[in-house]
Design a protein around this ligand. Structure first.
Ligand SMILES: NC(=O)C1=CN([C@@H]2O[C@H](COP(=O)(O)OP(=O)(O)OC[C@H]3O[C@@H](n4cnc5c(N)ncnc54)[C@H](O)[C@@H]3O)[C@@H](O)[C@H]2O)[C@@H](O)CC1
Ligand SMILES: Nc1ncnc2c1ncn2[C@@H]1O[C@H](COP(=O)(O)OP(=O)(O)O)[C@@H](O)[C@H]1O
Ligand SMILES: [K+]
Length: 518
């Protein structure tokens, strides 16, 4: 499924209306009907509905919803937040229909404040059809007042039409306040604000309703972003051939695991195997090797020259050519730590590795101080920063990253030619061609040390299997999130990264059984 900006959605609407010839009022009818339906599905006993309608097409959807609610036995009242003369032509059609049916339409005015508050308090359901994707700039004072009154006085359910009024569709910013909805019904495709904070936190559950915009509209000019669902990459998950052997599935090299951080490299190495790589070698500073060998039975271990302190020696990469031909991909960074000479070390390592690399954790922190380390890469590269690491890379703060997640991820993918996986709730995967994906899987239970190390190993393992970087990133992030969801058996507070690891197989088989059902 695609994910659109306000402009992309306008283009799709226009294509459906002008090129395909579907009348705008048909789309509006379908949109408003879907909103009313979402309400009657959730609240089967009819009550009082207050529809706050603006004068744009978002308001038009509201008039349609009011009519369908009235038909379902609800006592629907429309509160019109602007002069009739400003109604768009499509909205005007359904405004008139409401009038003809005798559905009360109250014109908003400051002196009706008391009445409005009473209606908000008494409503079993409020339909927020004030502002949709057509909002321009900060919300004007009167509309802001309405938004605040709803948030303050509502007692019943609140459904947002398309987007919560007051949210910026493209950035998820509040302008400066938005309706707090229990659910949001959006049309054709989700919008960025359904995934980006703070707006995402105002949407409640997001329902995507088909309003009759044919698929060919998006095929004609595809939006730049997509929701990361398996339909984009499922065909890469082939069953293992009966005639295959471990070499068929590649060999992952994990580089990390300095003193005190061995667990991170182990998680990555095992995750590579769990996701299907044939072999996995964990390369650590030599002093760590005996401990690692005692700890790990499923992966191979390799000690690299040590600096005497349980960290990599500055010139330790020289050992790599001895065995480099064995590997097909690398995950660099889990438990790597910081050490003297790290910049030159990373540059040499990334230059020497001829195959795809996923760079994570302190690998990214070193890169932030030595951006030229990527310059001599020969294979594909995937960067997997969490917001703190992204902040270091971009020279900003974690809060700065969170307020511009998709822009930063896109810029960094374009600038570095790498796939950027910006982690968090709804991880963003940005590709060098400017397109992006937003991930739907995962759980706050995964906000725990070690989760990221499992992800590096998962993506590394998929790369090792010969899956292209863009697919490995999307598939890896999806499966990692799904495994996390499946691993929450008891309390969401208690999940361990090793349990995500154990559920990777369940996540893979869930995909396989979904495919069988499809
Ligand atoms: N044919 C279409 O294009 C369709 C559009 N649909 C609906 O139409 C919406 C988009 O409609 P529009 O483009 O008419 O725009 P909106 O209805 O989202 O917003 C425009 C209205 O908001 C007011 N406004 C804009 N910025 C404001 C601000 N900062 N403060 C206060 N008021 C402000 C404008 O004066 C105008 O009345 C979508 O969100 C969706 O709900 C659906 O009906 C499906 C079909
Ligand atoms: N609230 C959340 N919802 C979904 N996924 C989450 C959430 N919090 C964390 N995650 C996921 O867990 C992983 C955490 O990675 P990271 O911050 O690098 O952890 P660490 O480095 O400690 O292992 C990421 O894949 C992230 O997307
Ligand atoms: K709205």
């Amino acid at each position: 499924m695609y994910l659109t900006t306000a402009q992309e959605m306008r283009d799709l609407d226009r294509y459906a209306i002008e090129t395909i010839g579907i009348p705008g009022v048909v789309l509006m009818e379908n949109a408003g009907k879907a909103v009313a339906r979402s309400l009657t599905d959730r609240l089967p006993r009819p009550g009082t509905a207050l529809v706050l309608a603006g004068t744009g097409n978002n308001g038009g959807d509201g008039f349609v919803a009011a009519r369908h609610l009235a038909a379902a036995g609800w006592k629907a009242v429309v509160w019109l937040a602007g002069p009739e003369e400003k109604l768009t032509s499509d909205a005007r059609v359904f405004f008139q229909v409401c009038r003809n049916l005798g559905i009360p339409v109250v014109r908003d005015a400051e002196e009706r404040r008391g009445e409005l508050i009473r209606r908000i308090e008494e409503a079993d359901a409020i339909v927020d059809a004030l502002l949709g994707t057509g909002i321009r700039g900060q919300v004007r004072p009167r509309a802001l007042e309405l938004i605040r009154l709803v948030n303050e006085h509502r007692r019943g359910a609140v459904v947002a039409v398309d987007v919560p009024s007051g949210a910026d569709t493209d950035t998820g910013a509040l302008l400066p306040e938005a309706i707090r909805a229990d659910w949001t019904v959006t049309f054709a495709y989700p919008k960025w604000c359904h995934y980006l904070l703070p707006a995402a936190d105002h949407c409640g559950e997001v329902i995507v309703a088909d309003i009759g915009i044919p698929r060919s509209a998006a095929e004609h000019r595809p939006p730049a972003a997509r929701v990361n669902d398996p339909s984009w990459w499922r065909e890469w998950l082939l069953p293992r051939s009966r005639w295959s052997h471990k070499g068929t599935y590649g060999h992952l090299l994990v580089v990390g695991g300095s003193r005190g951080m061995l667990g991170a490299a182990v998680l990555a190495g095992l995750a590579g195997l769990r996701i299907g790589a044939g072999l996995s070698t964990v390369a650590v500073p030599a002093a760590q090797e005996p401990i690692l060998a005692a700890k790990v039975t499923d992966a191979l271990v390799w000690g690299w020259p040590d600096d005497g302190e349980g960290r990599f020696a500055e010139d330790s990469v020289r050992i790599l050519p001895e065995r480099i031909d064995r590997f097909t991909a690398a995950a660099v960074g889990p438990g790597l730590g910081r050490f003297p000479g790290e910049g030159a070390w990373l540059r040499e390592l990334l230059e020497t590795l001829p195959f795809p690399v996923v760079l994570d954790a302190d690998g990214l922190n070193i890169l932030a101080e030595h951006p030229d380390a990527l310059r001599a890469r020969r294979g594909e590269t995937i960067l997997t920063p969490h917001p703190g690491e992204m902040a270091r890379l971009a020279g900003t703060t974690a809060a700065g990253v969170e307020s511009s997640r998709h822009t930063l991820a896109r810029e960094w993918a374009e600038k570095t030619g790498s796939v950027v996986v910006l982690k968090g709730t709804h991880t963003i995967i940005a590709f060098p061609d400017g397109t992006q994906m937003v991930n739907p899987t995962g759980t706050p239970a995964m906000a725990k040390a070690g989760s990221g190390d499992v992800l590096s190993g998962v993506i590394g393992g998929l790369l090792a299997r010969g899956i292209p970087a863009s697919v490995a990133a999307a598939m890896g992030v999806y499966l990692h999130g799904l495994a996390g969801e499946l691993a929450v058996r008891t309390s969401e507070h208690s999940l361990l990264a090793s349990e995500i690891l154990s559920q990777l197989g369940a996540a893979l088989s869930r995909l396989a059984s979904d495919r069988a059902r499809a």
